[in-house]
Design a protein around this ligand. Structure first.
Ligand SMILES: NC(=O)c1ccc[n+]([C@@H]2O[C@H](COP(=O)([O-])OP(=O)(O)OC[C@H]3O[C@@H](n4cnc5c(N)ncnc54)[C@H](O)[C@@H]3O)[C@@H](O)[C@H]2O)c1
Length: 296
């Protein structure tokens, strides 16, 4: 078993640690926040692998063959951390769970960028199958393969992202949809509730069974071309965030955590939404276990 150090014991770090420890790997957790660390180690008491933690980075990562970094999304913090990890563990594989930052920049202050890789897990890490394995400018093929093999051994579905583009694959697709959703509301085409109703009851129902490219093939590429000729020029192409999004944030309407965003969030509704989401994902995974994989 490989000793795995998880740095950052927040939402993602804790979930990633649980997957590794659940598969029997000894896990060493580190967080600068002693409370977060205690909470994470405590919540992982019943997993198969031994889980240990320290607020001292050097102590926490001792003996690790792999470090998974899941600290706050700050390029400076991640660069610093990777430089320290580089000195502490000359032989380990270093993986970042960054959502959108360039893996190549995170690796910049290390002496072994060939052994630095992006592993973009999705929330909740224990449930979502795909982990995007992102090749930085200097990541070696051996690192890509070792990382993918390890993730497969955990029961995950690793996919290779061959270029270090912001947002990788999943978040680029997701935020193309969110940009258009916000624009529809900002332009007065429909309400936020209508966007939710349409997505949940049309494309949302389909997407787990048929992704966009299989769907394009399925309806016919001639039809897809005709639709793109008619609609693409009218879709939102703004290179910067919507003014409506900026206004809401400036007004303190941050969504679930402040009670109001595009929608209103009564007390406890975030917890209810979180449970509803986990229940739905688990049910959907069970129901689609026999789904055909995409045709090659
Ligand atoms: N939340 C998501 O859905 C999600 C999904 C995929 C990827 N990510 C990425 O995963 C990373 C972590 O996100 P999260 O949602 O778990 O954040 P979080 O705020 O829940 O947890 C981050 C933890 O890192 C700790 N930390 C911050 N700086 C540190 C440092 N220098 N050294 C050690 N610990 C430090 C914090 O104390 C905190 O406990 C980010 O890069 C984020 O973009 C998040």
């Amino acid at each position: 078993m490989l000793t795995v150090a998880v740095v950052g014991a927040g939402l993602m770090g804790r979930g990633i640690a649980e997957v590794f420890a659940g598969a029997g790997h000894p896990v060493r957790l580190h967080d600068v926040d002693a409370g977060a660390l205690r909470g994470a180690v405590g919540s992982l008491r019943d997993v198969a692998g031994a889980v240990d933690g320290s607020t001292d980075l050097a102590e926490a990562v001792t003996g690790a063959g792999l470090v998974v970094e899941a600290v706050a999304e700050s390029l400076e913090a991640k660069r610093d951390l990777f430089a320290r990890l580089d000195r502490l563990l000359p032989d380990a594989l270093l993986a970042s769970n960054t959502s959108v930052l360039p893996v190549s920049s995170i690796a910049e202050r290390t002496t072994r960028p060939e052994r630095v890789v992006g592993t973009h897990w999705w929330n909740p890490p224990g449930l979502i199958p795909v982990v995007e394995v992102v090749r930085g400018k200097h990541t070696s093929e051996e690192t890509m393969e070792r990382t993918a093999a390890l993730l497969t051994s955990l029961g995950k579905l690793p996919v290779r992202v061959e270029r270090d583009v912001p947002g990788f694959v999943g978040n680029r697709l997701q935020h193309a949809l969110w940009r258009e959703a916000i624009a529809l509301v900002a332009d007065g085409v429909c309400t936020a509730e209508t966007v939710e109703t349409v997505v949940r009851n049309t494309i949302g129902l389909r997407l787990a069974a048929m992704g966009p490219l299989e769907n394009a093939d399925y309806v016919g590429l001639d039809l897809t071309l005709a639709i793109h000729e008619a609609v693409l020029a009218d879709l939102n192409r703004s290179p910067s965030p919507s003014p409506l999004l900026r206004e809401l944030v400036a007004a303190g309407d941050l969504g679930a955590k402040s009670g109001r965003g595009f929608l209103t969030w009564p007390e406890n509704s975030r917890e209810r939404a979180s449970k509803r989401l986990a229940r739905h994902i688990a049910r959907q995974l069970a129901a689609t276990a026999d789904n055909d994989p995409p045709a090659a």
